[in-house]
Design a protein around this ligand. Structure first.
Ligand SMILES: N[C@@H](CCC(=O)N[C@@H](CS)C(=O)NCC(=O)O)C(=O)O
Length: 266
């Protein structure tokens, strides 16, 4: 896909928590897959203007606040944007990561927002009551929430993305939108990879039902720039501070998750 801009006048600066993949990772991946230069500002040493302090300056109450509520935040010159999907849809045409026509862009946005919904539901399995509490303070509720997520919601989302691939026959089922790699393909890769980290048992149970999605995930992982990025120190590891967390007690068997938790689905 062609790029709208080959050499932006200002550097792309990403502001996101430095020690987690989280939502910032969807944006890092877009830059990395496109081979576009960017500065992951908070991963720089504090002495060079990095660290969490750089993010705080852009948040409400911060000295450089211009309207963002939470990271990830993108700065390009005077333009400061937040909301992951907003940032991705802004960057995608500039990085050659979305088809040029309006209908395809709108469709990519729709899929990206649905992926964001799934990511939020995955997050809410370990923080069902409050993001301001520790997981350890909401474990019984987390268990209930995970039972519903793994027992009903996860399958529904996964089969939806698989169906999108099946019906994009012109791409041979290889892309969610259009005929080439787009930012939504990258975001599906990241989501599936994160889900496999957090819910290995559940995801193994679903793999056979979503062959096109798994093939897409593996193709993205093997793209030379993405593979180099994954092997690099620029990609923070998955951990239990991010969105996708491995708590074995939440990795329930989808077939029995609801029953095991004493839950019913309406
Ligand atoms: N819908 C927003 C969610 C942003 C968000 O929740 N950011 C997290 C990190 S992934 C955060 O630091 N939130 C702080 C807060 O909500 O106070 C997006 O996609 O960017």
């Amino acid at each position: 896909m062609t790029r709208d801009e080959t050499s932006p006048q200002h550097p792309y600066e990403l502001f996101y928590w430095p020690s987690i993949q989280g939502r910032g990772e969807f944006i890092r991946l877009a830059f990395e897959a496109a081979g576009a230069p960017y500065v992951d500002v908070a991963r720089l040493p504090e002495a060079k203007g990095g660290g969490a302090r750089a993010i705080m300056a852009l948040l409400p109450g911060g000295a450089a606040w211009t309207g963002a509520f939470a990271p990830p935040i993108l700065r390009v010159g005077d333009l400061v944007l937040s909301q992951t999907v907003n940032i991705l849809s802004f960057l995608a045409p500039r990085l050659g990561l979305v088809p040029r026509d309006e209908a395809s862009r709108a469709r990519a946005l729709q899929i990206s927002l649905t992926l964001a919904d799934l990511v939020t539901e995955a997050h809410d399995t370990h923080h069902p009551i409050a993001t301001g509490l520790y997981y350890e303070d909401q474990r019984p509720e987390a268990h209930r929430r995970a039972a519903h997520f793994v027992g009903t919601r996860l399958r529904k989302f996964l089969l939806y993305f698989e169906r999108l691939l099946e019906t994009n026959t012109e791409s041979g089922g290889e892309h969610l939108v259009g005929l080439e790699l787009s930012y939504v393909d990258l975001s599906l890769f990241q989501t599936l990879t994160g889900l496999a980290y957090a819910f290995p048992k559940a995801m193994a149970a679903f793999e056979a039902q979503i062959p096109l999605s798994i093939a897409l995930r593996d193709r993205v992982a093997a793209l030379p720039r993405v593979a180099a990025y994954i092997a690099s120190e620029r990609r923070p590891p998955f951990n239990e501070s991010g969105i996708f967390r491995r708590y074995p007690e939440l990795d329930l068997d989808p077939a029995t998750a609801l029953e095991a938790a004493g839950e019913k689905s309406k």
